[in-house]
Design a protein around this ligand. Sequence first.
Ligand code: MG
Length: 368
Amino acid sequence: MKISRIESILLKNAPGRIFEDAQHPFGTGTEELYLRVHTDEGVTGHASIGFGVGLHGARAVREIIDRQCAPLLLGQDPFQPRACRERLAAELEYAGIEGLAHFAMTGLDTALWDIMARALGVPGWRLLGACRDRLPTYAMVGWYYPEDDELHLDGYQRAIEAALADGYAGVKIKVGRGSLDEDVRRIELAQALVGEGPVMVDANQVLSRNEALRRGLVYEELGVAWFEEPLRPHDKPGYAWLCQQLALPVAAGENEYGKYHVYELLTAGGCDILQPDRRRTAGPSEWMEIAGLAAAMHVPIASHGGDLATVHLLMATPTAIWCETGGVPKGPGATVERTRIENGWVYAPEAPGFGLELREESIARRAI
Ligand SMILES: [Mg+2]
C-alpha cells in the first residue's frame, strides 16, 4: 500500500459562549485543520488538528504539511508510520521541531494509524495493544464564566450541576486567576456539589513557585485530588521542587512536545500524574513511546483532552487512570462516530480506525 494523496482542509469554528482559564479566553472562534490521507488501495486515513485558542495556527500547520511534509510521504508505505515520522522529523528539525511542526507530525502520524486500523478492520485501541475497554472520565467544567465574579458563582455552579446530571462522578475546575480565598470558595462549592467524587484543580501555568506552594498546601488540606499545571512547563526544576513539598499529587505534561520533553519532566521527578496531549505527542507512534516511559517509571497518565483518538490511545496506555472530557456530547457533533460516556466511564469505540472522520455536513458548513 502506498500513500497517493494528502488532502488538507481548513475549517472555521464560529465564536460561541466565552469561558476562561487563568490565562486564556476560549470560545472566541478558532480554525481547525482536517486531513485525509489517501492510498492507492482506496483506504483513507483521517485526522484533525484543533487549537483551543489562537485563530491562525491551523493555517500555518497546513502550509507545513502541504509544502514540506506531503512531498516526503507520497509513495511511502502507511504501514511504516515510524519510518515516515523519522523522515518528517529530519525535514522539520532545522526550522524547529516543536510547536506547530509537532502538530503537523501528529496529524499525519494519526492519519497513517487510521489507515492501518481501517485496512485491518479493527478499532485503533485494539491495533495498539489494549489494556482495557473502558476508563473513568471526569468533566472539565469549572471555568471562569463572564456572568460570575469573585463572590457570585452561578454560571460555575450550573456547569458543575449539568456535568453531574450527565453522570460524571468528578470534575476539574480552574483556579489561580484570582485570590486564594476565591480559589477556596470555588473548591468548596464544587466539593459540596460533587459529594464523594474527586475535584481536581488546574492553574494553567500562572503561579510562581512560592505561590504554588502556598496555594497547594491549602488545596491539599481541602482534599483536592490533584493540582494541575501550577508552573510554566519549562520550569522542570520548579515542578520537581513542588512535588517534593506537597503530598497533593502534581499533574503536568499537556504542553510538552514529544517524548524528549516528557523524558526530561519524568526524570526530573516533575509530576506525580503525567498528562499528555495527543496533539503535541507527534501522533500515536510517539504517544505509545511516552506511555512506555511512564509505565517504566510507574507514573499514572491522565489525558489532556478526550477526543475519540485520545480515547483509543488511553485504552492501550498501561498506566492510564483518567480520561478528561468536556461533557457528554449533545446533538450530532462534528465526527461520524460519537463518544460513549455513561455513569462516569468512557468506553472504547468499536468502529475501525481512530474516530476522527468528520461528517460531510460538518465539513461543508465550516470549510473556508
Ligand atoms: Mg490543564
